[in-house]
Design a protein around this ligand. Sequence first.
Ligand code: PMV
Length: 284
Amino acid sequence: MIASAPGKIILFGEHAVVYGRHALVSAIDLRCRVEAKKCSEFRVISPLGATGLDLKVHPYITFAIKRFCDFRKIEGAEIIVKSEIPIASGLGSSAAVTVATLKALSYEFGVELDNEEIFETAKKVEIDVQGRASGIDPFISTFGGSWIFPERKKVELPFQFFLIRLWERSTKAMVEKVANLRQRYTEAVDKIFDAIDLIALKAPNCGLEEFEELIYMNQSLLRAIGVSSPEIDEIVSKLEKDGFKVKLTGAGGGGCIFGIFQNKKPDGSILVRPELEGVRIEDS
Ligand code: PMV
């Protein structure tokens, strides 16, 4: 059985959301496709390699299989992954592979899991692997759509976005960097988070021009909390000189930057749309 699940883009509110502020997050139309087949042993084949159950190469899939065994004990399965979502770029590739694996396994082995169960199980898998997680990625990947967190208020976004991939980086390291800054300047950093919070709440009601102003403001605030870098600032200013408004999405330090697409897009960027559909079974 084949299932697919979408990646995501954080439009506003990364880092601040870790400290209880709001974030605006959308599923995007880049999907991860996972095929699960009954088999006498466990095999996982993905762009990362071909392994058995392997916590180093395929931690999310391995834990997804272990967690699936809480519903139905299985002795083997072949898992084949094909993904359009770049890895370690803040676009939710880990959650998408987890969610699609759970859905494909549930259909292949005849276990009925509704979306709430898939989301809850995928969230446990994220914690198994990362130790700590907000749960935003598995939620978006399971349900699709655009949402304000933590309330889970569904919103509609009439925009298409361009994405520029920078380089891989560690979410954990960036979250720690912000925690360290906040420890030293708690009140100042909390005020920055408050401003980001207002931006995330305002954004869903904005037209194009205001949305772009908010992109500019949020990027400036991300710089203030130290998750941009001279290299990223240089790329951002070059794009601004060319007339684009862009910001980092996700943990920063690399990953991706995005802007709203209007007729022209920067060289090397890809276009994505908000995706309404979450995890689903594919015909074949
Ligand atoms: O870059 P990503 O997709 O891992 O996003 C991290 C978002 C943070 O707000 C920095 C952390 C979090 O858990 O919300």
